[in-house]
Write a protein that binds this ligand. Structure first.
Ligand code: DAH
Length: 334
């Protein structure tokens, strides 16, 4: 019997065995009581003593080799079986991942930006910490002006403050850019207000500014009416109520017919049928001078509205503080 041939044949078969049953059959075939190797060992006695020693040693070595190969293959096959329990069916439909939710303020801000961009306005950013000069003086609020009292201010020091309104961005932007221009400036503003359902010491405004030649209140009305119509998804009535801001002349506040009761009168509009939406006006010549523009050459309108208020109107939210708490029970609704 050719031991080398037996070895080649046995190893080839053992390494090719695909499961434990095949392996067991091979174990019997080679090492069993009537197995091929056992036969070789039985025939040893018929050999001459010299050859018997050699063949015997080789046969015994092969017996060990085959036994250890069988053990190793068993372990390997078991490991593959183990792994296959974690088999992934890549064709199975995926689990839907739970997605986070955007704060409703972010949703409305995106919509506001989209609408104004489609009307030719650029969205720009401005600084949250600013100077008394930009927040007040350049906007025609001299020191000791009574209108400063409407905006109780967080001062960092005598000159530096947290902006109480986004309006300082008007002069900052005009100083760096030439007219004509159309921009909106969304951002955070700060006031020393006690927190309640309609006030927070940090809230968001969106400032708007359009400067060109021959701009009139009619241009403002057209732009702002289009904005409200698109935001609320329906035609809304609008009126301009006379008002006062130091940096606009004339000044007015656009009101829209209450979107909750369509102007009939309800709790939200305090039975007036109207919702106050913003402050606005024609840019005051003083502001143009602050920015280095000639008020004889350029006109413009400006407006500023409270973003949080707009969010509350749009989604019928009755407490502004909900926008800041990060409460998932609230946020999951959007
Ligand atoms: N800055 C004003 C405020 O916070 C709102 C405002 C009014 C902005 C009139 C304007 C404007 O641009 O023209 O109360």
């Amino acid at each position: 019997m050719d031991i080398k041939k037996l070895r080649d044949e046995a190893l080839k078969e053992l390494l090719g065995a695909k499961n434990l049953e095949e392996l067991e059959k091979l174990e019997i075939k080679y090492l069993g009581r009537k197995g091929a190797l056992t036969e070789v060992l039985k025939q040893l006695k018929e050999l001459s003593s010299e050859i018997r020693v050699q063949v015997g040693a080789a046969a015994n070595q092969l017996k060990h080799e085959l036994a250890s190969t069988i053990e190793r293959r068993k372990k390997e096959i078991k490991a593959v079986l183990q792994d296959s329990k974690e088999w992934v069916d890549i064709s199975a439909p995926g689990h839907k991942l739970a997605k986070g939710h955007l704060n409703p303020r972010t949703l409305i801000l995106r919509r506001v930006e989209e609408i104004f961009q489609s009307l030719g306005f650029s969205v720009i950013d401005s600084t949250e910490m600013d100077t008394d000069y930009y927040n007040f003086q350049a906007l025609n609020f001299p020191k000791d002006h009574p209108a400063r009292d409407m905006q109780d201010t967080f001062y960092i020091n005598e000159e530096v403050l947290m902006r109480t309104q986004t309006s300082p961005s008007q002069v900052r932007f005009m100083e760096k850019h030439n007219p004509p221009l159309r921009v909106i400036v969304p951002g955070k503003v700060f006031r020393r207000d006690a927190s309640d359902a309609t006030h927070e010491s940090q809230f968001y405004q969106v400032e708007g500014l359009m400067v060109d030649k021959n701009i009139s209140v009619a241009n403002f009305k057209a732009v702002i009416a289009e904005f409200f119509k698109r935001l609320f998804g329906k035609e809304v009535k609008m009126r301009l109520r006379p008002s006062y801001f130091p940096f606009t002349e004339p000044s007015f506040e656009p009101d829209i017919s209450c979107t909750f009761c369509d102007g009939k009168g309800c709790k939200i509009c305090k039975n007036t049928g109207w919702l106050e939406m913003a402050g606005a006006g024609m840019v005051h010549p003083f502001v143009f001078k602050s920015a280095g523009y000639s008020p004889y050459e350029w006109q413009g309108f400006a407006f500023g509205f409270g973003l949080d208020r707009l969010v509350m109107m749009k989604y019928k939210i009755n407490d502004m503080r909900l926008l800041n708490f990060g409460d998932l029970r609230f946020l999951k609704q959007f």
